[in-house]
Ligand binder design. Sequence first.
Ligand SMILES: [Zn+2]
Length: 310
Amino acid sequence: MPPLWIVQNRLFSRLCCGLKSPISTQTKLCLTMARPSSNMADFRKCFAKAKHIVVISGAGISAESGVPTFRGAGGYWRKWKAQDLATPQAFARNPSQVWEFYHYRREVVQSKEPNAGHLAIAECQARLHGQGRQVVVITQNIDELHRKAGTKNLLEIHGSLFKTRCTSCGVVAENYKSPICPALSGKGAPDPKTQDAGIPVEQLPRCEEPGCGGLLRPHVVWFGENLDPAILEEVDKELALCDLCLVVGTSSVVYPAAMFAPQVSARGVPVAEFNMETTPATNRFRFHFQGPCGTTLPEALAPHETETVS
Ligand SMILES: [Zn+2]
């Protein structure tokens, strides 16, 4: 499994070409070249029949809760984008600066709430569970807003802002402290004119395991790092089992998550994309619903008339 990276649009088609399909090349071509439908009634028919739904979510759904993404136009923290600071090299070079960036993000996210899109997914999951149907959420987001909304069956493939990992002993721990350490109190302002705090490494977050005291890092997957193989194995299992897939608020450019839905689509399973704009993958999917997830998802996932109400 290659590490986390951003796929250029031109490369995306080439990557998708490697996907195996159980159907003939001609049929596959028709499927992949057709324009996706935005007919909600047709989507609702697929939804009513589905027993095992996978939701793949990305930064767009968090953005609707006011979480900054640090990608795209204007997406800077000081002078940097996420891909400049979310790397092992940046942390090795300047752990204080990387911790300032993550401290800022933790503080911002703690003040945010799940939106109608997060809540629609969580509500749908609980409701369908009562009908013996499964909804699994695979998220690239590290803000835990799905968790906060009450989503249970959740695979956080890029880790969490609220977990740390010790660089010495490797222990992963939940951490919701605000601030995470005294030295970061009041630091991390995103303004480009802000001076680097230059916090000595011994005052950055440290491991609390007895006898360790090693430097902690955020337990998130950085660019150039591999995703947890155990989580990826679960993801593969879910992608192979699902009979409906929703792609929510992801621009389908961060690899390997960008390949999950095309992989499902290639086996002929309906995939529905809910996004503010079209993405490099849109034409590979059966449905595309443009607009805020907070508007489109509650309608898409509302109780279907065929559902037995318990
Ligand atoms: Zn440790």
